[in-house]
Design a protein around this ligand. Structure first.
Ligand SMILES: C[S@@+](CC[C@H](N)C(=O)[O-])C[C@H]1O[C@@H](n2cnc3c(N)ncnc32)[C@H](O)[C@@H]1O
Length: 510
């Protein structure tokens, strides 16, 4: 008997097939299932006393082959966009861990399945073990596969599984950075911390912040628009041929030109014109500044403000991991800077070792003259703004690249959470749920729930080809999904019936 797909499509009901998996699969129409969730018998774990059973093969290689074949058949029944959650447990033989789940997963990868995840199902209430020859195994893997040919286009929704985020309000008002911690990462040693104590704008709309640093100095820093790139791209004009250089590729074409290309930078913002934003908000001192000694040294206008971390939204945000970083304002082509510095070093007739010595460094200056910025770390680098000016005193170069290399701005750093919550990750801690009626390990309902909510749209069809006690059917029904269950052993039907109240049909396949 063949199932009428259209009939079951809109009903949340269950069809149970009692029979051997391969035979049943050959009856099911192609592309009818949205999501497969299953746990086949583990190798040599439990004898289901049926000649057609899977799991009692002489070798685990044979067992893996059998499962690969079954899942190959099953693939046709899965929709192109469908998902397949496979749970297989570990087995030891002669003291050795066999890694059967992984070996099976690799075979499935070779047979048309794309592996998206190996989820670790950690069992916090796993059986205590008296073993003292190794660590006891307290997890099982759950592999999430999709069809290889559809690996860029499948159904998976994490929304129901997302974890709550502590920082829900990330609005983007410049005023809200008031009180936020600032880090200066542009210093070779002693990374400096500070705090925004004032925030201004000018009539052109530039935002800038007054930062009180740990060393008790205050500076005025430009704040990069939250919606813009953190480093601004810059075009250069070749002073020789007058052509524009937009990227590293263009630079190569200008090696024949004698002149250095000139960066086309926007006018410097006027920081003297200050319209204060949110002037009345109290600001908290950063921890190190609350120390009485430092506090007394600080002469700013908030000297008497109470130390209250909750006083400004910025302060609250800093508690949630938001802070500002002082970084270079422009993207710089390192090769151009290196070429320029080489020219001035040749002019000055000085070696990189001598430069290092003058600056009090070891093996640093050499990198500034190398043109190969490599991800392996031994390539060229651009001098930090402070070093640039110190180097300038030594090499006496002109001001051509001063602004490009040394201008900085503050960039908001934040771990951007998904607006609907955090990704739940691939380690799931789910307690084992003892189920006395079945003599084999049953799925905990929570585990099936997660798989269904992620892998099967509402009203869709879930398949468990090794149904056992029918946990998948029960949970699918609870969640408004249809289910197809396949089980070899007829005796288990009673358990399935008790758990799944919505069985529309039981079909025996001989
Ligand atoms: C580990 S149990 C599944 C337990 C299930 N996840 C649950 O929550 O109850 C594996 C099931 O596969 C069935 N099985 C074994 N060989 C089979 C075969 N060739 N065809 C169909 N089912 C088979 C066994 O009878 C057993 O009930």
């Amino acid at each position: 008997m063949v199932l009428d797909y259209n009939q079951i499509k809109d009903k949340k009901d269950i069809i149970v097939y009692i029979g051997e998996i391969n035979k049943v699969l050959s009856l099911l129409p192609e592309g009818m299932v949205d999501c497969i969730i299953t746990s086949p018998p583990y190798w040599k774990q439990r004898d289901y006393k049926n000649p057609l059973q899977i799991g009692q093969e002489n070798s685990y290689q044979e067992y893996i082959n059998n499962l690969v074949n079954v899942f190959g058949r099953m693939k046709k029944i899965l929709k192109p966009t469908g998902t397949f959650f496979l749970n297989v447990g570990y087995k030891y033989k002669s003291k050795e861990l066999l890694l059967i789940p992984e070996l099976l997963a690799v075979e499935l990868q070779k047979n048309g399945w794309a592996l998206l995840n190996k989820i670790i199902w950690f069992k916090p209430n796993a059986m205590p073990s008296s073993l003292d020859c190794r660590f006891s195994n307290v997890y099982e893997p759950i592999f999430l596969f999709v069809k290889e040919e559809n690996k860029y286009n499948y159904y998976l929704s994490l929304d129901k599984l997302r974890l709550p985020i502590s920082n829900l309000t990330i609005d983007r008002n410049p005023e809200d950075i008031l009180g936020l911690e600032v880090k200066n990462s542009l210093l070779k040693e002693n990374k400096l911390k500070g705090q925004v104590i004032n925030i201004f704008k000018n009539s052109k709309g530039d935002i800038f912040a007054e930062v009180l640093w740990e060393n008790k100095k205050t500076t005025i820093e430009l704040v990069q628009d939250f919606s813009e790139e953190s480093q601004l791209p810059v075009e250069l004009v070749c002073q020789g041929c007058k052509k524009i250089i937009k990227n590293e590729m263009d630079i190569n074409a200008h090696y024949i030109c004698k002149e250095f290309p000139k960066p086309i930078l926007p006018p410097q913002p006027d920081l003297s014109e200050r319209i204060e934003l949110k002037p009345s908000v109290l600001f908290p001192y950063i921890n190190s500044l609350t120390k009485q000694s430092k506090r007394q040294d600080y002469k700013g206008k908030f000297k008497l403000s109470p130390d209250n971390r909750g006083a400004s939204p910025g302060a609250r945000k800093s508690l949630f991991g938001e802070y500002l970083v002082l970084q270079r304002r422009y993207k710089i082509f390192q090769s151009i800077i290196a070429e320029y510095l080489r020219f001035w070093r040749r002019n000055g007739g000085i070696t990189t070792k001598e430069i290092d010595k003058l600056l009090g460094y070891r093996d640093t200056a050499g990198h500034w003259f190398r043109r190969d910025t490599g991800s392996w770390g031994r390539g060229g680098s651009i001098p930090l703004p402070n070093d640039w000016f110190r180097l300038k005193e030594i090499l006496k170069f002109d001001a051509l690249y001063d602004r490009w290399v040394t201008e900085t701005h503050l960039v908001l750093q934040t771990v951007k959470p998904h607006p609907k919550g955090k990704n739940p990750g691939d380690v799931w801690s789910i307690k084992l749920q003892p189920f006395p009626e079945a003599h084999f390990a049953t799925f905990p309902e929570e585990l099936v729930k997660r798989c269904i909510e992620a892998g099967c749209p509402e009203g869709g069809v879930v398949l468990d080809p090794f149904a056992g006690s029918g946990t998948v059917g029960k949970v699918a029904n609870d969640l408004g999904r249809n289910a197809i269950l396949i089980e070899l052993v007829p005796e288990y039907l009673n358990i399935i019936k008790k758990r799944c109240l919505n069985i529309r049909e039981v079909i025996y396949v001989k």
